[in-house]
Design a protein around this ligand. Structure first.
Ligand SMILES: *[C@@H]1O[C@H](CO)[C@@H](O)[C@H](O)[C@H]1NC(C)=O
Ligand SMILES: *[C@@H]1O[C@H](CO)[C@@H](O)[C@H](O)[C@H]1NC(C)=O
Ligand SMILES: *[C@@H]1O[C@H](CO)[C@@H](O)[C@H](O)[C@H]1NC(C)=O
Ligand SMILES: *[C@@H]1O[C@H](CO)[C@@H](O)[C@H](O)[C@H]1NC(C)=O
Length: 245
């Protein structure tokens, strides 16, 4: 009986190492919010980064764009100004945008031949947007108005992460309280759970109030984005509102 179990266990170990072995170096994951500087690690780096190439593609089967070729940044990519190669061959992206999500592959070449397996990192970007947007002058953010904050996870595999990996989005206030039970807020998920929106009517006392959208992976905080209410140019005193500029 014990022998049988041991055999079984051995079989499982061989099987699982075969399954993971086919992918080479484990795929990495980086979560961050838009506007941050991110570092994507290269897990197959050799001693010199002159062997390093970084490729980007948004979808698994879409054409890859070469961002870094043999340690040299490609000038023709539209975001080349925000990219740099770290001393450990990691890829640094400044002021990340929601458009930057996707798959990044670090690959080493020596004498035109690839060395070792690909090291892939998936970048997932959290981004909060507000409607009506504060940039359009006619729809000012002011007390009495209704606003909707949408928090979207930009990701190649968001629905998979939600279904199988335990990714969750939630809205909290400054003290970290989950707002879904507060009747002041209407909180809705999109059907794929990759977009959580918060709608509320603004109150006088909301000036400078911050609402945060948190992304958790198996209940661990991975990243968050936020929105701070600003009643610019308007002051409200005893319910009378007047413009200061
Ligand atoms: C970051 O990018 C946004 C546009 O995506 C731009 O409005 C902002 O000024 C940039 N910030 C910095 C510090 O470059
Ligand atoms: C997220 O959902 C809200 C509410 O349905 C919608 O207004 C917003 O456009 C969505 N955002 C994105 C990025 O799809
Ligand atoms: C956060 O929300 C809880 C519950 O709605 C409330 O008791 C608390 O005062 C709020 N904190 C802030 C800073 O708004
Ligand atoms: C974004 O990424 C940087 C560098 O990897 C990290 O230091 C920072 O804590 C991250 N910020 C958030 C909000 O996740």
């Amino acid at each position: 009986m014990a022998d049988k179990c041991d055999l079984c266990l051995l079989g499982l170990i061989v099987l699982s190492s075969l399954l993971t072995g086919t992918c080479g170096v484990d795929d990495g994951r980086v979560f961050n919010r838009s506007g941050e500087n991110v570092r994507l690690p290269c897990n197959n780096a050799l001693s010199e980064c002159t062997t390093t190439t970084w490729n980007y593609n948004r979808f698994r089967h879409s054409a890859a764009a070469e961002l870094i070729g043999l340690g040299i940044k490609k000038k023709e990519t539209e975001r080349h100004e925000r990219l740099s190669l770290g001393s450990d061959c990691s890829l640094n992206i400044k002021n990340v945008t929601e458009e930057d999500y996707g798959s990044y592959t670090c690959r080493q070449f020596v004498n035109d031949k690839q060395q070792g397996p690909d090291a892939r990192v998936f970048l997932h970007v959290l981004h909060v947007s507000v409607s009506p947007s504060s940039s359009s002058s006619q729809t000012e953010i002011s007390p009495g108005r209704s606003v909707t904050l949408s928090c979207q996870l930009y990701s190649v595999s968001c629905d998979y992460l939600v279904r199988s990996e335990g990714i969750d989005l939630l809205w909290v206030n400054q003290t970290g309280v989950d707002l879904k039970t507060d009747s002041r807020y209407q909180i809705l998920f999109s059907s794929d759970h990759c977009n959580i929106s918060l709608t509320t009517t603004l109150l006088n006392e909301d000036d400078n109030r911050e609402w945060r959208c948190q992304l958790t992976l198996r209940n661990q905080l991975e990243t968050s984005d936020r929105y701070t209410v600003k009643y610019s140019g308007e002051e409200t005193i005893s319910g009378i509102s007047f413009r200061s500029s």
